[in-house]
Design a protein around this ligand. Structure first.
Ligand SMILES: Cc1cc2nc3c(=O)[nH]c(=O)nc-3n(C[C@H](O)[C@H](O)[C@H](O)COP(=O)(O)OP(=O)(O)OC[C@H]3O[C@@H](n4cnc5c(N)ncnc54)[C@H](O)[C@@H]3O)c2cc1C
Length: 267
């Protein structure tokens, strides 16, 4: 399928991009295009203008700043996976990026595009929520707990651009996913991060939106071991059922992936 006709615009700065957005009634930003272009080809979206923010150089960087790792929204998944800074500070995040899609997707897709899209089965939302990261935009800073608000829905306002994500460096972290064998999207993926005084557990793929499991977090804060969560069952209520997995199967996978994520964090 071909997309509906559109005008392609390539700003050099964020200010220029936002001005172009304001001047249009129907524009969309495009970064890696790995979600937006297929959506346009299926005619599920038909913006009259595409504003390409994927070439704004200031959006692509990885840097360590004290207790944080900061990654620009335009950074490609392959660059996160290969980064010595990411592998050194948060190896679980590099591992997450390495598990996304295939090489073509990883070399085009961006961190900002992934979280702005907030696909229920995307990997990065689990890492961003699990690490308690802060999403910085052209307008403000948004805590991960406030950012992901529903299926394909975020706290972003129209025209607002994600610029960078600030990840607090944990003591240890792990990510495990049960991938869809075709797309590699998460049937269920669990990210676990342990900090000095708290543990966070975030689940993607299982429900319409990424979510945390406070009961597992409390148990792991007392004793960071797979045994601690052995008796914590996840209810299938509200979980996704589709062609690939029932809600009951996904509920079962949450426990299995959580244990594997904890084991990965303990390596
Ligand atoms: C075959 C295939 C397999 C895939 N497998 C996986 C997988 O296993 N795991 C996974 O997590 N993902 C997977 N993906 C999705 C991929 O990771 C994309 O990178 C991601 O969904 C979107 O990133 P993008 O840069 O391509 O965004 P785009 O497609 O360019 O944009 C997506 C949306 O985000 C908006 N947007 C983009 N950047 C910003 C920004 N900085 N600020 C505000 N809004 C912005 C756009 O306007 C658009 O609405 C797969 C995709 C394909 C095609």
């Amino acid at each position: 399928m071909y997309t509906a006709p559109f005008r392609y615009l390539r700003p050099n700065t964020l200010a220029e991009a936002q001005a172009l957005f304001r001047d249009s009634s129907d524009a969309r930003y495009i970064a890696g295009g790995q979600t937006l272009i297929p959506t346009m080809k299926q005619r599920l979206a038909a913006p009259s203008e595409l504003i390409d923010i994927g070439r704004i150089a200031s959006l692509a960087f990885i840097r360590r700043e004290g207790a944080n790792l900061i990654i620009g929204a335009g950074t490609r998944h392959a660059d996160v996976a290969a980064s010595g800074d990411v592998r050194g500070a948060i190896p679980a995040l590099a591992s997450l990026a390495r598990q996304i899609g295939d090489p073509a997707v990883r070399h085009r897709g961006t961190l900002g595009g992934s979280i702005a899209n907030n696909d229920p089965a995307a990997d990065y939302p689990a890492g961003v929520l699990g690490l308690g990261a802060t999403v910085r935009t052209t307008n403000r800073s948004i805590a991960a707990d406030e950012f992901f608000i529903g299926m394909f829905a975020t706290a972003l306002e129209p025209g607002e651009i994600v610029t960078e994500i600030v990840f607090p460096v944990p003591r240890r972290a792990g990510y495990a996913k049960f991938p869809n064998p075709a797309s590699r999207y998460a049937t269920v993926g669990v990210f676990v991060a342990a900090f000095a005084n708290l543990v966070r557990v975030a689940v993607t793929g299982a429900a319409p939106c990424v979510f945390r499991i406070p009961e597992m977090e409390a148990a792991l804060a007392k004793n960071f071991s797979p045994d601690s969560i052995a008796n914590i069952a996840t209810s299938p209520d509200g979980l996704n059922t589709d062609l690939f997995a029932s809600a009951e199967y996904r509920a079962h996978l949450v426990g299995i992936m959580a244990k594997r994520a904890i084991e990965a964090a303990m390596l």
